[in-house]
Structure formats: C-alpha cells, structure tokens
Design a protein around this ligand. Sequence first.
Ligand code: DX5
Ligand code: ZN
Length: 223
Amino acid sequence: MSHLVAPSILAADFTRLAEAFALVNESEADWFHLDVMDGRFVPNITFGMMVVEAMKAMAAKPLDVHLMIEQPERYVEQFRKAGADVITVHQEACPHLHRVVQQIKATGAKAGVALNPATPVVMLEDVLEALDLVLVMSVNPGFGGQKFIYQSIPKIRKLRRMLDERNAHALIEVDGGIGLHNAEEVLRAGADVLVAGSSVFRSPDPRATIARLKAIEKERFFA
Ligand code: DX5
Ligand code: ZN
C-alpha cells in the first residue's frame, strides 16, 4: 500500500472552510484530519461534534478525528454520529484504554491511539493487535505550525518493528511539523499516514503540495 496524506484542517482559513474542503476533495489527499481540543488535555480549544458534523457534509473523503480531550469515552458515540470514520484517542487520556478501543470499534469507526512525544511506544504493547491506527505525535499536541521533534524518527522505526513482529495491521500515522523537507524520512522510518497542516495550507499552492507529498516514494529501512 502506498502512503496516505491527511491535510490538517486546523491550518485552514476558518472564515473559508468550505473552500478548504473543496480543495482537499479535489486534491490527491486521502483523509481529512480534524483536531478536536478541549482546553484541558491540551491548552487550546478548537471545535466539537457539531462542527465535525458540518464538516462531514462538505467532505467527500473520510474524516480522521484526532481527539485531544480528557475522558474521550464520554464522546465517542457522538463523534461517530457526527461522521468520524477514524477516531483517535490519546493513551495519556485513557486509564482504561483497552475498553475505549473496543468502544470505538463497536460504533463501526476505525480505532486509533495517539502517543505524545514523551510517551514510549511500549505503552501500547498489550493493545497493539486491537488497533487500526497508531498516531505518533511529532510535536507536543495543541497547536499547528510547530517544529518536528527529531526523536520521532527512531520512535516510528521502533513502532514499525513492533507491529511487524506481531503481524499487526495498525497504520502508523505521524502528526506535527511534517512537510516536503522531512516527509521522505518519516516515510522511510515506517509511517503510513502523513498529517500535514501548515505545510499544506500555508503553501502558495496547497493542492500541488498535497500532490508532492503523495508522490514521495517510500523505501523502508529496518535499522
Ligand atoms: C497538533 C495537531 C496537528 C496539527 C499539525 O496538536 O494534532 O494535527 O494540526 O499541524 P502542523 O502540520 O502545522 O504541524
Ligand atoms: Zn492532529
């Protein structure tokens, strides 16, 4: 499978959301990445399920909903109803992670778990086989436009090895500070899905940038 590209709507112009959705619909992008923040798990607040539902009406591609919220189990069904195709919760927000993963799957959505930069991949060892996606945060969550944390590269490699050893099918998604300057290295480390916010929407031609992110050839190196 060739890699997927998921533009992060957080970096779009919120006064012209319909245009941003049309642009992604017409581009080579695979998913819409939607960042939900509650002002508690992360310092920032973005939008909730009502806005996700409105976005669903504009989206011709799957919605990849990244919940940066405390107690996400309280809202899983509502985000699914709003149109989420992938629902990702943070490991750090879920003492009963296994249960939340089952809860997401029971709604029919794909289940993802995100790891903050300081959380080691080993924290997912006992739940890995149940996951559809692991989101490696390559910045501290909360804001777009931050610098890629380089330690994410060996972390992606380690996760790739863990998944391969277990024959587990979860996709590795990487989120934060990704652009044309580092996408190839991220893919080579073993990523399957690239999230890109500022590098897409702040570029002079977002659609062309998406096409270039899609065109990068991946060769995996197992170091
Ligand atoms: C950060 C969000 C990211 C963000 C990425 O908390 O999870 O999805 O939008 O933005 P860039 O690509 O600008 O780092
Ligand atoms: Zn995100």
